[in-house]
Design a protein around this ligand. Structure first.
Ligand code: AMP
Length: 398
């Protein structure tokens, strides 16, 4: 017996899910789909990778089916912190709505407002939006929310980190008070719960796999290094370890550019991926990385949440993340779907306290990676100085 049937989904949808290879619901789906179908508000704690997207996409389709939207009056709204996440959700809808009359529209920055206006005018059932672009449309008087039945706020913790909560408050002032709200976050600490409570009424609290868990398909290591040998160590790893493809995370956006240039000088080609790039550049970067044209992606945490690329073999934390949950997210880009992955974190002396917080969160000690550093003939230099100045010193130029 198909376990999706027990959740209250229609036969058509169940058939489609089996075509997609979904044999049984994930935990978050089992818990949230029946409640969402009953019309309950949800405060859900679930990470990317748990099947969270389907846990709101499927109920939305069931609830909105058999009715039509009017021009400029969407019937559901999904708010996400990043364009990449919005795009991933839209890909999901595209797959699941292939035989369905419901339609969706993506409202994200980096694409023309006028094209989005046209779609809105035709009538949209499901709106997937990032806060800034949605507010642009609201201010232009393009959208009326009188018909809105369901609001989804996805990755609320990331919204908070990115300073989007005032935007969400502003958007919510335009929404009908009587609606269903599904609020998801990778962490549900007190602050997020208090924010969540502003948007939901009598919610059901659902929690699956706390963000402290890292998959046991990922081999985790640390490398202790210092400012002077950090870049050499990275070069060594990239040149000597067999990797299929690697995502390198930096803490600060401007460091991504510096590292990209420093690697280029050492004849290592990579792609940059962060929130300041224009949309077309971000898409191009992902495309190049996905199709294997370039095997190294240097990314920020925003990207860490957004990218859903199968088969990433290695994650390197060039900087120890300051927020321990970000560690779990970053390394969760590898070792997906039961495949093996490796995560290596570079630790400077000053990072010790952040490493301890990570180890406390994941409840394990991370092994030390043994790498024989080759003697490099380039002069030592202070890596932080290089970063601060955002320039490559002459002795590094080849
Ligand atoms: P998400 O956490 O929503 O980003 O989903 C992570 C991955 O799991 C995506 O590639 C989904 O297509 C996949 N997925 C979601 N639900 C299921 C399911 N019930 N069975 C198998 N795969 C799933």
């Amino acid at each position: 017996m198909n376990k999706f049937k027990n959740l209250g989904l229609s036969d058509d949808l169940i058939l489609l899910l089996s075509e997609l290879g979904y044999k049984e619901p994930t935990k978050i789906q089992s818990l949230s789909i029946p409640l969402a179908l009953m019309g309950r508000d949800i405060l859900g704690c679930a990470q990317t990778g748990t099947g969270k997207t389907a846990s709101f996409v499927l109920p939305i389709i069931e609830i909105l089916n058999n009715q039509k939207s009017k021009a400029r009056m969407p019937r559901s709204l999904i708010l996400t912190p990043t364009r990449e996440l919005a795009e991933q959700i839209s890909i999901y809808f595209k797959k699941i709505l292939k035989n369905n009359k419901l339609n969706f529209c993506l409202l994200i920055g980096g694409t023309a407002l006028t094209d989005q206006d046209k779609l809105l005018n035709k009538g949209v059932d499901i709106l997937i939006a990032t806060p800034g672009r949605l507010i642009d449309h609201i201010n232009r008087g393009n959208i009326l929310f009188n018909d809105l039945k369901i609001l989804v706020i996805d990755e609320a913790d990331r919204m908070l980190d990115m300073g989007f909560i005032p935007d969400i408050d502003q958007i919510s002032e335009n929404l009908p008070k009587i609606r269903q709200t599904l609020f998801f976050s990778a962490t549900l600490n007190k602050e997020i719960l208090n924010i969540g409570k502003r948007f939901v009424i009598n919610p059901k609290l659902i929690e699956v796999s706390p963000p402290s868990s890292t998959s046991n398909t990922i081999d985790q290591y640390i490398i202790k290094c210092n400012n002077k040998n950090k870049l050499n160590t990275l070069e060594n790893i990239l040149s000597n370890i067999e990797t299929k493809n690697t995502v390198i995370f930096c803490n600060r956006k401007k460091d991504i550019g510096s590292l990209y240039t420093a690697l280029k000088r050492r004849n290592i080609s990579s792609i940059m991926f962060h929130g300041d790039l224009i949309q077309s550049k971000r898409q191009e970067a992902l495309r190049e990385f996905k199709n294997g044209n370039n095997k190294i992606l240097i990314a920020s945490d925003v990207a860490g949440r957004g990218i859903d690329i199968e088969n990433i073999s290695h994650v390197i934390n060039f900087d120890v993340p300051i927020n321990p949950e970000d560690y779990v997210h970053r390394i969760g880009r590898t070792g997906r779907a039961g495949k093996k992955g490796t995560a290596i974190t570079f630790v400077l002396k000053k990072d010790t306290k952040y490493l301890q917080e990570i180890e406390k969160l994941i409840k394990m000690k991370i092994k030390i990676f043994n790498i024989n550093l080759e003697e490099k003939k380039i002069q030592d230099y202070e890596f932080d100085t290089l970063y601060e100045s955002n320039q490559i010193p002459n002795f590094l130029k080849r």
